[in-house]
Design a protein around this ligand. Sequence first.
Ligand SMILES: Nc1ncnc2c1ncn2[C@@H]1O[C@H](COP(=O)(O)OP(=O)(O)OP(=O)(O)O)[C@@H](O)[C@H]1O
Ligand SMILES: [Mg+2]
Length: 217
Amino acid sequence: MGTKRGFFIAFDGLDGCGKSTQAKLLASYLVENSYSKDVVLTFEPGGSPIGKIIRQITLYSDLPINMTTELLLMLAERSEHISTVISPSLVDGKIVICDRFSESTIVYQGVMGGIDLQLVAMLDNVARKSIWPDMYIYLDIPEEVAWQRALQRSNQTVAASKYDVTDISFFKGVRDAFINEWKNHHRPLLIVDGTGSIEEVHKRIVKKFLGKFYGTN
Ligand SMILES: Nc1ncnc2c1ncn2[C@@H]1O[C@H](COP(=O)(O)OP(=O)(O)OP(=O)(O)O)[C@@H](O)[C@H]1O
Ligand SMILES: [Mg+2]
């Protein structure tokens, strides 16, 4: 896999917590402030050509799917994404920002899908070739806020994936699972309050990011 020289950031959290919005803003901030000329903004599932096909199957197909099959497809997507996009970019010294990563698999297919968490973690480690983000950013919003944003989005014309469910108890389950994950986390992690305006959340992320990046918090 080569020797990694770049910096790997992942965003995760509930549907609608602002991952895509904030990943994009952080990428622009890092380029504009000369942290890197090359920031690779990517996402899961779907950040590689094979991954795009897997995204269609896992998120947008009406066909019933066995949860283990879904897990293995998500991990196949990650394996391809790591080998063709993330790892080569890190070897080239780029900053990679990934919108969703392993914690989504643990929460959605593991906790919510009922697959043994140790098994998910072990297979995930194989898929990501033991590469872990240098900084994992969780955007935390209460399930009520996620629910409200989902309702607003369902009135818009954005295509809804099967996980864009308008069921608040599902959001609560996902949030509880993320919070439980945070408690057991022994890896670089920033927990950021995702409520408030887009600009307020961006400022919070930059402040915490710089603190961690320079080791001042
Ligand atoms: N801080 C915020 N306040 C209000 N609305 C926001 C905020 N951040 C994002 N939004 C809006 O909420 C919706 C979801 O945001 P975004 O797509 O960034 O979330 P996401 O976490 O990527 O969601 P998904 O998991 O479904 O991809 C968008 O319509 C976005 O404009
Ligand atoms: Mg998104």
